[in-house]
Design a protein. Structure first.
Length: 397
């Protein structure tokens, strides 16, 4: 099957029949034909985490990412030139993790010039904006898939001839991280780097699961999402870091209290009554996020990330606890079992280091030989364009 080039696609976007020929999903094509095309060099085929097979006429040279948090992946897949082939992305990283973004720009100034497509959840992404970037392929997230479906955008993508694939580091991170990294690795022609990461990830995941399975204890734990940034207490249930917490050996109190919902909020009273043995707070550097929000100027939130040392992190933990009436009555707080985790692990392939850290906090004897902070630093030194200065894992001192 012949796939039109960009100029042909743009002309065809106005023609309904051509839109059908260029549908983003390859459901109407013979998979055997796609495979043959890829094998003989005449085409490029990938399968995403939604199970969709997408075929291009050649390997992509212009890549658009729906989220700029894709920087977490591209930074280790192509550390010497992280933004190579990237023509546009969303604007989430700049406010959600300005500490990471600033270091990326310092390492690769071209990152500052990447076109901004907007934000899907804010409904300010248009097909016209995407077409203007002339992408060979768009790499979106499963969360963006849900939003785009609600907005009717996917059909518009198909009609316009835009090709797209889906990754996921958020909804089911422990199962979808490796295939997502491998997908991006293929899109960027960095399959060897992706394979190296997959090997490391799978080995760490298997190690944690094996040790947790042999452990006698299953302590109760509560994960406080973005602690202090909003009213207490946001958390994750069965998905995201909630699932990571359970895999690390915890009985996540949110599973029952949220009635198996992916995420939600718990009152302090519910947290107290659940009597968690451990609390894990997620924190970050949200300086850019609160800058234009006067009502948040005095907010105490958990400080973690590339710009904070361990003392600053611990002091912020205490400030958040002190600013939350009733939190002093929680069992884990009384026992001093309060820990902090860099919030951006919730939507990045680095979640494997979060898994190790949680496991070590929950089951210190079983994981006495594991040092997540050092391993994260070593990973940066070998695979990232900048060092892991700062604090990503901490305990209340």
């Amino acid at each position: 099957m012949h796939i039109l080039g960009h100029r042909g696609r743009r002309a065809a976007a106005a023609v309904a029949a051509a839109g059908l020929l260029l549908a983003g999903c390859a459901g109407g094509d013979d998979p055997a034909d796609d495979t043959a095309a890829a094998d003989d060099g005449a085409g490029f085929t990938v399968t995403d985490v939604a199970g969709r097979t997408v075929t291009l006429d050649k390997a992509p040279e212009r890549v658009l990412f729906g989220e700029s948090r894709a920087a977490f992946v591209i930074s280790f897949l192509q550390k010497d030139e992280p933004t190579d082939k990237i023509v546009a992305w969303g604007n989430d990283l700049q406010s959600a993790a300005s500490d990471f973004y600033d270091r990326l720009v310092e390492a690769d100034p071209a990152a500052a010039d990447i076109a901004d497509i907007g934000h899907f959840k804010k409904d300010d992404v248009s097909v016209e904006t995407l077409l203007a970037q002339d992408p060979d392929i768009m790499v979106l997230t499963l969360q963006q898939k849900e939003v785009a479906e609600e907005q009717g955008m996917l059909q518009k993508f198909d009609d316009a001839g835009l090709k797209y694939v889906f990754t996921d580091f958020r909804e089911d991170p422990l199962n979808n991280t490796v295939p997502s990294v491998e997908l991006v690795g293929k899109v960027l022609d960095r399959e060897e780097e992706a394979a190296d990461f997959a090997k490391m990830y799978n080995e760490k995941l298997a190690m944690v699961k094996e040790r947790v399975a042999k452990a006698d204890a299953k302590p109760k734990a509560f994960l406080w999402r973005a602690a202090g940034l909003s009213d207490c207490c946001g958390t994750f249930g069965t998905e995201n870091l909630g699932g990571v917490l359970s895999t690390a050996g915890a009985e996540n109190i949110a599973d029952e209290l949220l009635e198996d919902k992916a995420e939600g909020d718990l009152t302090v009273e519910k947290v107290i009554s659940a009597e968690p043995d451990h609390i894990v707070l997620t924190g970050g550097d949200w300086t850019a996020y609160v800058k234009d929000k006067p009502e948040m100027a005095a907010v105490d939130y958990t400080h973690l990330g590339y710009n904070y040392d361990a003392e600053e992190a611990s002091e912020s933990f205490q400030a958040v606890l002190d600013a939350t009436p009733g939190m002093e009555e929680v069992k884990a707080v009384k026992d001093g079992h309060v820990y902090g985790l860099y919030h951006q692990f919730y939507d990045s392939p680095f979640n494997i280091f979060a898994l190790e850290a949680m496991a070590k906090w929950l089951l210190p004897e079983e994981f006495s030989d594991v040092d997540p902070a050092q391993e994260f630093a070593d990973f940066h030194a070998e695979h990232m364009p900048f060092e892991a200065e700062g604090t990503f894992f901490a305990e209340l001192s």
